[in-house]
Design a protein around this ligand. Sequence first.
Ligand SMILES: [Ca+2]
Ligand SMILES: [Ca+2]
Length: 95
Amino acid sequence: MANVDKIIEFEEDDSIFLSSAIFRKLPVGQLSWNNFAEYGNAQDADDYIVFDDDDKLIYYDPDGSGATGKIVFAKITRHWTDAGDRVSASDFYVV
Ligand SMILES: [Ca+2]
Ligand SMILES: [Ca+2]
């Protein structure tokens, strides 16, 4: 989890695949909105994937809103965000 993988020219219909071997708390399949927070911080204990719309970074927070800090693992390129679409839970698949 130490490296930031830059996602190049992520388009509206692209998906981000998360390995269940790393993201162990996430059930396999499309990411649930219950496990996603889109404004930079986990809102409750099961918000494991956090998107920060300001810096376009995607984080994993292993305990959601608990005290353990979130870990950045990807950055969305400006190319995609300029299109006006937002990253949402439905963009992620756990495999
Ligand atoms: Ca939640
Ligand atoms: Ca946390």
